[in-house]
Design a binder for this molecule. Structure first.
Ligand SMILES: NC(=O)CC[C@H](N)C(=O)O
Length: 450
């Protein structure tokens, strides 16, 4: 019984499930390939009912089956290796796609929101290791997508939930990743890897399910691969301009401060933009034209926008000088808001320098000191690079500080009508404390128009 109960997390046991007294579900025979015991081997009717309920909760309820996950677990043997550039080899079980993939391993401390994380284009080229040990329990749904596809290299988790239990769930995490050709591994010691990354910094790794490849070969791949100095935004940006209309839904109306009456036209540079940035801007009353990362500044200014947003995006901000040039040509002419990569590009356009942090910030629990209003915001973050405040010229204000390590988390230049944040006011996933930053941008546009 202990084994059976451990596999069903408490929240997924149906309320009307029979009380487990002496009705024990037999332990699975490890040599068999079926997770659920054969019906005839279940000793009592109550135990049979519970067993069926567990199967229903696992996916049939949502019109899909997690059967593949179930039949292989928990006796699936390690069939994947994560080889890190420091020479360590982590054996694990694969889910999602199979093959061989190289990327930089970063850890994310968010407790929820794995789907938004998977679809955040800023993770292109990276393996996201979730420090929360239990992932997959709410499955995947059509509403939580933050971009058109998953751009990350892969997902590394401790425990893959065998059940999906959420009213919005349409698919299991394993099915979702397999369809998008994204590799995942579970049953790997994520705490040990996280401690290594915290101590030594982000590491390049190779994830492989291909037994024919030797450890040495995978290590060589990891050591030869580079992420610093590489332009990753062109691979994730849109190909042509488009209009964005969708707003966040009513559950976001915790902030009644929208300027619905205003209708500012914002040009949003897509360096890998998360959809919730666009939904929030739309909810604040903006008409939005999204443009590709290479869209010329002159074309943007020809559109006579009320403001320009420079979005988040993956990779090294020092590797995209053309985007810095675009920012340079726009700032001072219209009000500007930068988020994450956008903030880093603004930092450079103002004459500052960006640098790579030891392991970056990835998660929904980063405290930020807002020096403008004196408050602390708990923020959603995802970045490996930062602006060096000492490199910024006079007149540029550091408005926000990450309270974990005192790094620069926000900038403003009042003279140029410019604000920028190193983190994610749109959250998704994460807390909403920083949402008023969108209002600040609206106010900049309003003041400029007056
Ligand atoms: N979320 C982002 O925009 C990430 C910014 C940048 N690519 C970094 O890793 O620092």
């Amino acid at each position: 019984m202990a084994t059976f109960l451990r596999l069903l997390s408490p929240t997924t046991i149906p309320k009307d499930a029979p009380f487990l007294s002496s009705t024990l579900v037999p332990l699975q025979n490890p040599s068999s390939h079926s997770f659920f015991p054969s019906f005839s081997s279940i000793p009592t009717p109550d135990a049979r009912r519970l067993c069926f309920k567990a199967q229903a909760v696992s996916g049939a309820v949502h019109g899909h089956s997690d059967r593949n996950d179930l039949v292989e677990r928990p006796w699936k043997t390690n069939d994947a290796r994560l080889v890190l550039e420091d020479g360590s080899i982590w054996r694990a079980k694969s889910f999602g796609a199979s093959g061989t993939q190289v990327g930089e391993v970063v850890f994310n401390t968010s407790l929820t929101g794995y789907q938004e994380i998977l679809t955040d284009p800023s993770y292109a080229g990276q393996f996201v290791l979730m420090t929360n040990p239990h992932i997959g329990n709410t499955g995947v749904n059509p509403d939580d997508e933050e971009s058109r596809q998953c751009f990350l290299a892969g997902l590394v988790i401790r425990s893959l939930s065998i059940c999906t239990s959420n009213w919005r769930c349409r698919e299991s995490l394993g099915e979702y990743l397999a369809k998008r050709n994204i590799m995942g591994i579970y049953d790997v010691d994520t705490r040990a890897i996280t401690r290594r990354l915290r101590q030594d910094g982000s590491l390049i790794g190779v994830l492989s399910t291909e037994e024919s490849l030797t450890d040495e070969h995978l290590l060589d791949l990891a050591r030869k691969w580079k992420i610093v100095g590489v332009d990753l935004i062109t691979g994730v940006s849109c190909d042509a301009p488009y209009e964005w209309i969708e707003k966040t839904n009513t559950e976001w109306e915790f902030n009644k401060d929208y300027s619905h009456s205003e209708n500012f036209h914002v040009v949003a540079y897509d360096f890998g933009i998360k959809h919730n940035i666009l939904r929030r801007l739309a909810a604040y009353g903006c008409r939005i034209t999204v443009v590709p990362s290479t869209w010329p500044a002159s074309e943007t200014l020809n559109l006579k926008p009320d403001g320009v947003l420079f979005s988040n995006g993956p990779g090294d901000p020092a590797a995209v000088p053309y985007a810095v040039q675009t920012v340079k040509e726009i700032i001072g002419k219209v009000p500007v808001f930068g988020i994450c990569m956008g903030h880093q590009l603004i930092g450079q356009a103002l004459g500052g320098r960006t640098f790579k942090m030891k392991f970056g910030h990835h998660g929904g629990n980063h405290p930020v000191g807002n020096h403008v209003n004196g408050r602390v915001e708990i923020s959603a973050q995802n970045h490996n690079y930062a602006v060096d405040p000492a490199s910024l010229p006079a007149g540029v204000e550091v408005t926000h500080i990450n309270l974990n390590d005192n790094s620069c988390a926000g900038l403003a230049c009042r003279e140029l009508n410019l604000i920028s944040l190193q983190y994610h006011p749109e959250s998704s996933p994460g807390p909403h404390d920083s949402d008023p930053a969108f209002k600040e941008f609206i106010q900049l546009m309003k003041a400029n128009k007056a």
